[in-house]
Write a protein that binds this ligand. Structure first.
Ligand SMILES: *[C@@H]1O[C@H](CO)[C@@H](O)[C@H](O)[C@H]1NC(C)=O
Ligand SMILES: *[C@@H]1O[C@H](CO)[C@@H](O)[C@H](O)[C@H]1NC(C)=O
Length: 352
């Protein structure tokens, strides 16, 4: 039986980056941007390189360099390998028996690279979903635990990240997440509450076609957090509070308040991380959106921006115009629906 699963790019609407610091977040999955992974039974076990993203043959040295500068060193093969390993060890540790059978994994993706849209974890998430079906263990690995497995696979590869993106991708739709230390300690995961996607106002995704300065300077925020830096700790608390307040604003469809919270979220990130770490181009995207009164912030840690036009359609037209003039891609976001099965959705409430 062949299986195929999609996982979507995610937009962190509020609360990032506090998810990595015991905070809260509101995130959603974007319909048009996805990674897809296909698993088919085969005689041998094979992880198939992508014909473009994992290319190792080139027509010339210049072509090789162009490819690396545009797409980086890593394709998706390592991600598939890592989730296979993590899935296997999780099953072994938890006494989940796996049939002895081989498969071929392949993937594709249209999520822009380095755009803060969580393209890597989308590949991992889709692959995990395929493995769950192929080995018929969907009911043995709870939905709440799956983001941890995805994160573990990425940690294997040295990727530093939090759970937020993986939760948005495992659930699909719109999710409010609480990563408070007490939940993490007691449950081993956060508390994740799916929300009705119809609560969201029209939102816009802005990104640069050719990101040149995506803010690669290493920031000291993590170290300062561990060192007990009071400014970082209180700012992260406030960012987490914004996610809580924002989820209430969404429930009341109070988009004026949502806009205020989004702007404040970005401003706090900027104060904590500093402009060098954020990157000039990323800051420009936020500022261009704000020049017409739109609320704007990063979707993740930079590369793409999410914008809200609290004054409606005329403002949205202006937003499109100024973004295009500045050379940015701007699109109305379609939210991806939940990707869980009915049984899985029903099982969620049982565990809270
Ligand atoms: C899986 O593939 C290997 C060859 O790569 C083969 O030796 C092994 O028997 C296969 N396992 C099964 C269960 O078919
Ligand atoms: C929206 O939220 C703000 C701030 O909390 C509040 O002052 C305002 O009255 C709310 N608007 C509506 C329509 O509820």
């Amino acid at each position: 039986m062949e299986v195929e699963h999609k996982a979507y790019a995610r937009v962190g609407l509020l609360g990032n980056p506090s998810d990595v610091y015991g905070g809260r977040a509101v995130s959603f999955a974007v319909a048009g941007l996805w990674a897809t992974v296909r698993l088919r039974p085969s005689d041998e076990l094979l992880v198939q390189p992508h014909p473009r993203h994992d290319l190792v043959a080139f027509p010339s040295l210049t072509a090789l360099v162009d490819r690396l500068e545009g797409g980086g060193y890593y394709g998706g093969v390592r991600l598939l390998l890592a989730i296979c390993k993590v899935f296997h060890s999780h099953c072994r540790r938890n006494g989940i028996a796996l049939d002895d059978k081989n498969f071929t994994l392949s993937y594709d993706t249209n999520i822009p690279r380095q755009a803060g849209l969580s393209g890597s974890s989308a590949i991992v998430c889709a692959a995990l979903s395929c493995l769950l079906d192929f080995y018929n263990v969907r009911d043995k690995i709870r939905v709440e635990v799956r983001p941890n497995l995805i994160l573990d696979a990425e940690k294997e590869l040295g990727i530093v990240a939090g759970l937020q993106d993986r939760v948005a991708q495992v659930y699909g739709g719109l999710v409010y997440m609480d990563f408070s230390q007490e939940h993490m300690d007691k449950l081993g995961h956060g508390i994740y509450t799916p929300l009705d996607v119809n609560l969201l106002p029209p939102l816009y995704l802005i990104y640069a076609e050719n990101p040149s300065d995506s803010g690669k300077v290493h920031s000291s925020v993590r170290q300062r957090w561990f060192d007990g830096d009071q400014f970082i700790i209180s700012s992260m608390k406030e960012v987490a509070q914004q996610a809580y307040d924002g989820h209430n604003a969404l429930l009341q469809k109070n988009y004026t308040d949502l806009a205020r919270l989004m702007n404040r979220n970005f401003d706090l990130r900027r104060q904590m991380f500093g402009d060098d770490a954020l990157g000039a181009l990323n800051i420009k995207m936020v500022e261009v959106a704000r020049s017409v009164g739109a609320a704007s912030k990063f979707t993740g840690s930079g590369g793409a921006v999410v914008a809200l036009c609290p004054d409606g359609d005329a403002q949205a037209e202006l937003l499109k115009k100024v973004c295009q003039e500045a050379g940015f891609v701007v699109e109305l976001i379609q939210v991806a629906p939940s990707v869980l099965t009915e049984e899985e959705l029903a099982s969620l409430s049982d565990h809270h």
